[in-house]
Design a protein around this ligand. Structure first.
Ligand code: ADP
Ligand code: MG
Length: 690
């Protein structure tokens, strides 16, 4: 076998190779060490690094640089400054100093802070995160050097997604190191990894421009179900249409230049829905890469006459889009979530597995909180979406292992009934690597050597859920270490007892059944599992004193930072609902109603004429049609007024209800009005014509 190098892969990244090529040897070595250890940059080499980085970027066409950060809006932010330094009248040079590289000051007043920053102290600070390499973003007329940074306020409170993520990585690293020491493992590097599968829809740009709802909210607030949507299940993994394939390969070429390992592409379940999955990477880098993937998807769609919809539920009645976050932890290069081939490795695996199970059971509310958002409500929790209960799917083989730990016997599989599974002494039965996605309804599934968190929405920054997952697992690992330290006697026996207790206490969160069935919420309630239905409910865990104490203990978020996140989440939700309701009202009144009224008046006139002329045929049909349409028109009038009132006086839930009622009316009318007059592209066009 001989490999072929991919030309141009990573060429727009200030990678290890670029660093070695562009910086003096000693500076390069120091910088690379800093990057590996995740430490702040030594100021004495900052100028040299900046200067080399600038020359590298200029060679790629860069004229500007920006600190690139991830504010709490959920997107990314950049403010460009030219490499420009006037040196005299009509003279200037390109300059980029170490100071420019390490930190920046920016006006933060227009970024959400949830009350953290008073307007008179509106400065925000960005600081380079050397664990994520700088890169160059190209545009038609040049390029911009982007420096991944953290973003905080004047008072040092975080205003971004990255800082708490980095803190949570530290917390989990420490906890895992502590646990590994208990197992007598030599000190080694802890790597937390993420592979984020990105789902999205594509629609033709000309349709998009005719849909004010898509334009303004990212989803359709009206649209009757077409006769055929996803019933035939013929889209999933189907042959990819040439126009889409052209788009996909352009996306991949761009991502590869940026060193983003885009690996898998395929049609998803819903028509016009697709998925891109990169190879997993170091968590912090994978988060940055996912943000870039979303941007490249959007931009490439545009240049192909398409629009990429990253909203969680752009179309009612067909599947929504998620971002499956595949997470695992490795120690010294060995994945701790892979069952090993010796008893010690298996004991470590089982301990990690139960740490996660305990974490999810104790802190399901926290994990659910990280997926809150107006768009994702349509995918889980509210309305017709599957319930927002966080449970774990393990698969038959692991369930049997858990059973045997709980009962102190080996499971009934493999004819070894009654034999005790001795943790740290016996080997585990071979677990098949799950490649078939056996339970797609589970929000948190063990898939062979990693956990796949499926609840995050397609538009969400995965930093949020990952920082929570790291923190709650760190807490679990620490709790297990505490217990082990308090126990006297044989380590393996103690571990066995402890794991047995953990299974007993936390297996209620393990659920293998159909998470979408109507019985599950009842069953989950019996088990005492939380079901936080909508965003306001899902944000409440941010105000829970026990949760605040947990995040403070691990130095991931302070009480103030949590409070500010609650406020931002809440406000964002209320604003989005209001925008959607306003757009719905506007479309219904100014686009739908005139068409319906017009058609009604044509029919009514025709009916009057037919009657006056004493026609034998047609009167019956015209009577039926015009009364249907007339009733629809009246209904439309009433529903619009109700929505208007709800917007003026009511809470978000009344607005949602009034919007939903209006939708039913408009969608019925869509089936009655002359197709050539309907004012917007229909589902059957948007979902199938591309
Ligand atoms: P499946 O389709 O069974 O979920 P894939 O191998 O296709 O499995 O992986 C889906 C995503 O999970 C990819 O992004 C992949 O890189 C990632 N992944 C695979 N192994 C790991 C791991 N150990 N840690 C984190 N992510 C992983
Ligand atoms: Mg998938």
């Amino acid at each position: 076998m001989s490999d072929t190098k991919i030309k141009g892969y990573g060429e727009d990244v200030f990678s290890e190779d670029a660093i070695k090529a562009c910086l003096p040897k000693q500076v390069a070595a120091k910088l690379l060490a800093t990057m590996r250890e995740g430490k702040p940059l030594d100021p004495s080499i900052a100028d040299a690094v900046a200067s080399g980085m600038k020359d590298w970027a200029i060679a790629k066409g860069a004229t500007h640089f920006t600190h690139w950060f991830q504010p709490l809006t959920g997107g990314t932010a950049e403010k460009h400054d030219a490499f420009l330094e006037p040196t005299g009248p009509a003279q200037a040079v390109q300059r980029f100093s170490g100071k420019n590289l390490i930190g920046g000051e920016t006006d933060a007043s227009s970024f959400p802070s949830g009350g953290l920053r008073s307007t008179f102290e509106a400065r925000g600070y960005t600081a380079w995160d050397p664990t994520s390499p700088a890169f160059v973003k190209r545009h038609a007329n040049g390029a911009t050097l982007c420096i991944p940074t953290a973003f905080c306020s004047f008072t040092g409170d975080t205003l971004d997604m990255k800082t708490p993520l980095l803190r949570s990585l530290q917390a989990l690293t420490r906890a895992v190191e502590r646990l590994m020491a208990k197992f007598g493992q030599p000190k080694a590097h802890v790597a937390v990894t993420l592979g984020a599968e990105q789902e999205y829809f594509l629609v033709d740009r000309s349709f998009y421009l005719e849909r004010p709802d898509l334009l303004q909210t990212g989803r359709t607030v009206f649209g009757a179900a077409p006769a055929k949507h996803q019933q035939l299940e013929d889209h999933y993994f189907g042959a990819i249409k040439p126009r889409v394939l052209k788009f996909m390969s352009e996306v991949e070429q761009r991502l590869w230049q940026l060193g983003i390992p885009a690996k898998t592409r395929h049609n998803e379940v819903a028509p016009a829905q697709f998925e891109l999955a990169p190879m997993f990477e170091d968590l912090n880098l994978a988060v940055d890469h996912n943000m870039m993937i979303m941007e490249v998807l959007r931009q490439t769609a545009e240049s192909n006459g398409l629009v990429c919809l990253l909203h969680e539920k752009p179309f009612e009645g067909v599947n929504g889009s998620g971002k499956h976050c595949n997470w695992s932890v490795a120690y010294g290069g060995r994945n701790l979530l892979t069952p090993g081939d010796n008893p010690r490795e298996n004991a470590i695996f089982l301990t990690m597995l139960l740490s996660v199970i305990r974490a999810i059971d104790k802190h399901a509310d926290i994990l659910r909180m990280t997926t809150a958002g107006a768009g994702n409500d349509h995918r889980l929790g509210a309305n017709e979406a599957p319930p927002a209960i966080i449970s774990i799917f393990l698969g038959d083989e692991l369930n049997a292992v858990i059973d045997s730990i709980e009962s102190g016997t080996r499971g009934t599989k493999g004819g070894e009934r009654g034999r005790k599974l001795r943790v740290g002494v016996d080997t585990l039965p071979v677990l098949p690597k799950d490649t078939t996605d056996r339970n797609r309804t589970s929000p948190f599934a063990f898939t062979g050597n990693k956990f796949e968190f499926r609840a995050p929405g397609s538009s969400q920054n995965c930093a949020q859920s990952q920082m929570a997952l790291n923190t709650i697992v760190a807490e679990s690992v620490d709790a297990i270490c505490d217990k082990l330290e308090a126990m006297k006697g044989d380590f393996n026996e103690n571990l066995q007892k402890l794991l047995q207790r953990l299974v007993k206490a936390h297996r209620r969160v393990v659920f293998s059944g159909d998470g979408y069935s109507a019985d599950w919420p009842k069953e989950a309630a019996k088990r005492g599992l939380p079901n936080l239905r909508d965003t306001p409910a899902a944000l409440e865990p941010l105000r829970d004193p026990a949760n605040i104490a947990l995040f403070e203990k691990y130095g991931v978020l302070s009480a103030t930072e949590m409070r500010s996140r609650w406020e931002i989440g809440h406000e964002d939700y209320l604003r989005r609902v209001r925008i959607e309701a306003s757009v719905a009202l506007e479309i219904a009144r100014s686009m739908v109603r005139p068409v319906v009224a017009d058609e009604f008046s044509r029919l009514a006139n025709a009916l009057g004429q037919a009657k006056a002329d004493g026609l034998k045929y047609g009167v019956r049909g015209l009577t039926a049609l015009s009364s249907k349409l007339g009733a629809g028109l009246d209904d439309l009038h009433v529903k619009c007024d109700r929505l208007e009132k709800a917007l003026a006086h009511s809470r978000y839930d009344a607005q949602l209800k009034a919007m939903e009622d209006l939708r039913r009316t408009v969608d019925r009318l869509e089936g009655l009005v002359d197709d050539s007059r309907w004012p917007m592209p229909k589902y059957r066009e948007m979902l199938f014509v591309y």
